[in-house]
Design a protein around this ligand. Structure first.
Ligand SMILES: *[C@@H]1O[C@H](CO)[C@@H](O)[C@H](O)[C@H]1NC(C)=O
Ligand SMILES: *[C@@H]1O[C@H](CO)[C@@H](O)[C@H](O)[C@H]1NC(C)=O
Length: 329
């Protein structure tokens, strides 16, 4: 009996000791390669009783400690998509998602290239909405959710979830587009004019509507940025979050860089900060319109994205463009 007790006691001590050992190990801070949670053995010698200090200094700034609660892990097991489209969306936008599925996001439109359409969401504070999205996911299998609270302020987390998803579950895809649910995308132009499936795949490539701007300090603005969060007077060049496209290798690079980059709620600015750290320069492409543009067949034939399109407009535009393919401008 006493031997059993002391054995248990010993086990507890060993457990505790290894937990402490794990906690006190320095995490890598400047290297983006390899799995971030794997401790580096070299640094074990540095362990002392000064645990608090070591931890504060070396823990990732922005650990993204969320879990996928709805996932599509196997989407890329059988096919390697040419293009993964990540669409930032909110729970109530059921009709916007459906409009995209039935129009430009329809994966079966192109027979010679594989397109994958994925909707990104967080968790809603209203559980009924979570359940509705779960049911929608069981029907369409195109929804990915992590367990952060879904809010405008958390948009950056949604984008980082998308980067993580591509890096983890679809690393062989060639290109990725990140866009919003109120955007019309001219897929013909995106695929054949910009990405050109028959040409050599690019690496470290990033394009969209490039903005060279600085923080807005007016608190009433939707894009307000405090001096505390971002003291510099200029942002690095960034692509408007309404739609940007990149080679899939960049997803992993951005996700890993983000773990060491202080979070900002403006997702497009934040992606720009990660790109600067990576030394990747976004290419300007004026086909990415981040403003609303009245519909005309010829005008819409020239663009890649148009902003502020309602689900009804999306159907109307898509039907018009599809039925008039033979017309010249
Ligand atoms: C903890 O370690 C740091 C750096 O090694 C040192 O500056 C600091 O004084 C230490 N604190 C204590 C309480 O030992
Ligand atoms: C963002 O998500 C985190 C993690 O779920 C949550 O703690 C935080 O309250 C959210 N922020 C906002 C503004 O909703």
């Amino acid at each position: 009996m006493p031997s059993k007790v002391s054995c248990l006691y010993l086990l507890t001590v060993v457990c505790w000791a290894s937990a402490l050992w794990y906690l006190s190990i320095s995490r890598p801070t400047s290297t983006y390669v390899g799995h971030m949670s794997v401790p580096i053995r070299k640094t074990v010698k540095k362990v002392n009783n000064n645990i608090t200090f070591t931890n504060i200094r070396t823990r990732p700034l922005n650990p993204h400690a969320f879990e996928f609660v709805i996932n599509e892990e196997k989407k890329c097991e059988t096919v390697t998509p040419f293009l993964v489209i990540l669409i930032s969306t909110t729970h109530k936008e059921f009709d916007a998602r459906q409009a995209i599925r039935e129009t430009w996001g329809d994966e079966s439109t192109f027979s010679e290239v594989h397109i994958l359409t994925i909707f990104l969401l967080g968790r809603n504070t209203d559980n009924v909405l979570n359940q509705m999205v779960e049911q929608e996911s069981q029907i369409f299998h195109d929804i990915v959710v992590e367990n952060f609270i879904d809010s405008y302020h958390n948009l950056t987390l949604k984008t980082m979830m998308g980067m993580r998803w591509v890096a983890t579950f679809c690393p062989k895809a060639q290109y990725v587009m990140k866009t919003d649910s109120d955007i019309f995308v001219n897929m013909d132009n995106l695929i054949y004019k910009l990405l050109k499936p028959t040409t050599k795949p690019r690496r470290r490539y990033f394009t969209g509507y490039v903005i060279n701007g600085g923080p807005i300090r007016d608190m009433r603005s939707k894009w307000y940025m405090s001096r505390d969060l971002y003291p510099e007077s200029k942002y690095p060049p960034f692509c408007s979050g309404t739609g940007y496209v990149f080679s899939a290798d960049v997803a992993d690079l951005i996700y890993k860089t983000s773990l060491h980059t202080r979070l900002l709620h403006l997702e497009d600015v934040y992606v720009g900060l990660c790109l600067r750290k990576l030394g990747i320069h976004p290419y300007q492409n004026s086909g990415f319109n981040h403003w609303k543009m009245a519909y005309s067949l010829c005008r819409y034939r020239r663009v890649i994205t148009v902003h502020q399109i309602s689900p009804e407009e999306m159907h109307r535009i898509w039907n018009d463009m599809s039925s008039k393919k033979h017309l010249r401008c």
